[in-house]
Ligand binder design. Structure first.
Ligand code: SAH
Length: 355
């Protein structure tokens, strides 16, 4: 087993059988070594820096029906809201005042936000905050749409693959297609976005083998960003009685992802902080190097309920910033408020606006 860990660190690769073998024989000691190696690897590429991204959850409307998600269209108890363009800009303004130079615009798949509307929002943000990076996380759209938004100035795109098992994917996403999801990721990459993929841990029916496939999918796609979080059952979804993922299992996946894709930007997700008061700190200790404080207006935060009991529901943006700052410093890391580009992109962007 030690040989497998050595190989993982030296070559940043393992085959499926080796990953499964490692996962099945993880003692507490080996886990500690895995986390330690993941942290060393992340330090090699990004030092002690933890990058902050201000998260703006701008719409809770969704046309999709993912079985695990509280925003699914067949959840009649979901409270729906849309921020106006002015409100979105105000959130960004507040974030900018707090020092953030990286914003994530996330929503359900809400086609009210047309290409024209989004171009207007991106253009205004780029005008006001030229040195800030804009990340979109708004689901599956056409190539032309992705291209138009990139041309308007969007820098990055998060689209988790959710699970790399075709059968598991199909069973969780009625009306959606695994192939289409994956082709969106390739399209985004080809256009020139810094791309984020990722998956949930603890989905019903998910096995070690599925998780090994998720890790290998990431290794092959080689995304700039990787989002991994525990699945948290939502009481108003068909998966309400499922067991859900654990912090421990997710930490292992984070560390494995760090070692397989060493230069990736990996956030310590809100879902980790929701399951464990120090879940995000633990995630930093397993190789994460990004934290995404929520900038959405207090009045709508509760309504963006992918899952329940989400943390940071009451803290206004400035409090959020100081709370995270404290936590990150206490965990021994340093807050980096720059755009936080992937190390292969910094040469090109250099902290300056792209165009
Ligand atoms: N509509 C966008 C954004 C989705 S929300 C898109 O399709 O990409 C962001 C992520 O939250 C999802 O990709 C999913 O991995 C995660 N998520 C959704 N429901 C969840 C739940 N119940 N528990 C944990 N994570 C969840």
């Amino acid at each position: 087993m030690e040989r497998l860990l050595d190989k993982l660190v030296e070559r940043h690769e393992l085959d499926k059988e080796e990953i499964i073998c490692l996962l099945q024989h993880l003692t507490a000691e080996r886990k500690d070594r895995l986390f330690h190696l993941a942290v060393q690897t992340r330090k090699l590429h990004y030092g002690e820096s933890v990058f902050l991204r201000g998260l703006i959850e701008f719409s809770s409307f969704c046309k999709q029906d993912c079985l695990y998600c509280g925003l699914r269209r067949s959840n009649p108890s979901a409270q729906r809201y849309r921020l106006t363009e002015e409100e979105i800009l105000e959130c960004a303004e507040e974030g900018y005042r707090l020092g953030y130079r990286s914003f994530v615009l996330q929503s359900g798949e809400d086609y009210y936000f047309t290409e024209a509307r989004l171009i207007r929002i991106i253009t205004s943000m780029k005008l006001r905050f030229p040195e800030a990076a804009i990340t979109l996380s708004i689901g599956e759209r056409s190539e032309a749409f992705y291209r138009a938004l990139f041309d308007a100035g969007a820098d990055r795109y998060l689209l988790r693959h959710e699970t790399a098992s075709r059968s598991l994917y199909q069973s969780l996403h009625p009306g959606m297609s695994y192939d289409h999801r994956v082709s969106c990721l390739h399209t985004l990459k080809d256009i020139g976005y810094q791309v984020g993929a990722g998956f949930m841990v603890g989905l019903p029916g998910q096995t070690c083998e599925h998780l090994a496939e998720d890790l290998l999918f990431l290794k092959e796609l080689h995304p700039e960003m990787i989002g991994i979080g525990p699945f948290i059952p939502h009481s108003a979804t068909p998966l309400k009685d499922a067991q859900g993922g654990t912090v421990e299992d997710t930490l292992v996946m984070i560390a494995m992802a760090r070692l397989l894709v060493p230069e990736a930007l990996i956030p310590a997700t809100t879902a980790m902080g929701t399951l464990d008061p120090v879940g995000r700190e633990k995630a930093l200790g397993a190789g994460c190097n990004v934290v995404m404080p929520i900038l959405s207006p207090l009045g709508v935060r509760r309504k963006y309920a992918l899952y329940e009991n989400k943390i940071c529901m009451g803290d206004e943006a400035s409090l959020c910033r100081s709370c995270l700052e404290m936590r990150i410093a206490a965990a021994g890391y340093r807050i980096d408020l720059s755009r936080g580009d992937h190390c292969s992109f910094t040469g090109r962007a250099g902290g300056e606006p792209r165009r």
